[in-house]
Design a protein around this ligand. Structure first.
Ligand SMILES: N[C@@H](CCC(=O)N[C@@H](CS)C(=O)NCC(=O)O)C(=O)O
Length: 208
């Protein structure tokens, strides 16, 4: 059984979606990051940077932090969404999510959604970067059905929850035809719908 230590954020949703996709039994343990529970010594033991998500695999007592590493672990363990023949491509799109898509859109959330009016520089910078990321993802999805090629993979599972916050971004998902097609197709998958609402029972992926 997998225990998922998480919060209701895009990084948190990546893992609940993956667990639903591979059909594993899992239990969610909420970490209230708004109330600093991530800094508790017992949590730091399994998450050295005090961040969610983390999983503990109770089959072998292994704990894994960093969402990309967790997706790779679950992909290898289940044999799903991390095909050996596509791995070079999947790794690149997964690392791009971990290094660029998440951190940059995360800053856009901080300046544009949570703290508007505090820094014109920050708001403009991350708005521009987020718009550029939408365009870059759109360019990729014009060439291939999914990020790493023709097959749905952990790279899509990592990236999709960030685009699912499109209503906060004010970039206009409808202006990016290929990104929108990809977003809608993934939004309609049953495990994605279930994994998306892992903490908020009534939440559905927002329509473009
Ligand atoms: N690179 C990490 C980022 C995780 C992350 O930023 N988690 C945030 C919530 S989305 C967090 O736990 N923040 C609490 C903190 O930093 O104090 C991953 O992908 O797992």
């Amino acid at each position: 059984m997998i225990e998922l230590f998480s919060a209701d954020t895009p990084n948190g949703k990546k893992i609940s979606i993956m667990l639903e996709e591979i059909g594993y039994e899992y239990k969610v343990t909420k970490v209230d990051i708004g109330n600093n529970e991530q800094f508790k010594p017992e949590f730091i033991k399994i998450s050295p940077f005090s961040k969610i998500p983390v999983i503990t695999d109770h089959d072998n007592n292994e704990s894994i932090f960093e969402s990309g590493a967790i997706l790779i672990y679950l992909g290898e363990k289940s044999g799903k969404f991390y095909d050996t023949k596509d791995r070079l491509k999947i790794n690149q799109w997964l690392m791009a999510q971990m290094g660029t898509v998440g951190p940059m859109i995360g800053q856009h959330h901080q300046f544009h959604h949570y703290n508007p009016g505090k820094s014109e520089f920050g708001e403009e910078r991350y708005f521009k970067i987020t718009k550029r990321i939408y365009q870059e993802l759109d360019n990729r999805l014009k060439q291939s059905k999914f990020l790493a090629g023709e097959n749905y993979s952990i790279a899509d599972i990592a990236t999709w929850p960030w685009i699912a916050r499109h209503e906060w971004h004010d970039i206009g998902l409808n202006n990016f035809e290929n990104l929108k097609r990809w977003y809608v197709e993934i939004s309609e998958r049953e495990p994605v719908i279930k994994g998306f609402k892992f903490m908020n029972k009534d939440e559905l992926p927002p329509k473009p």
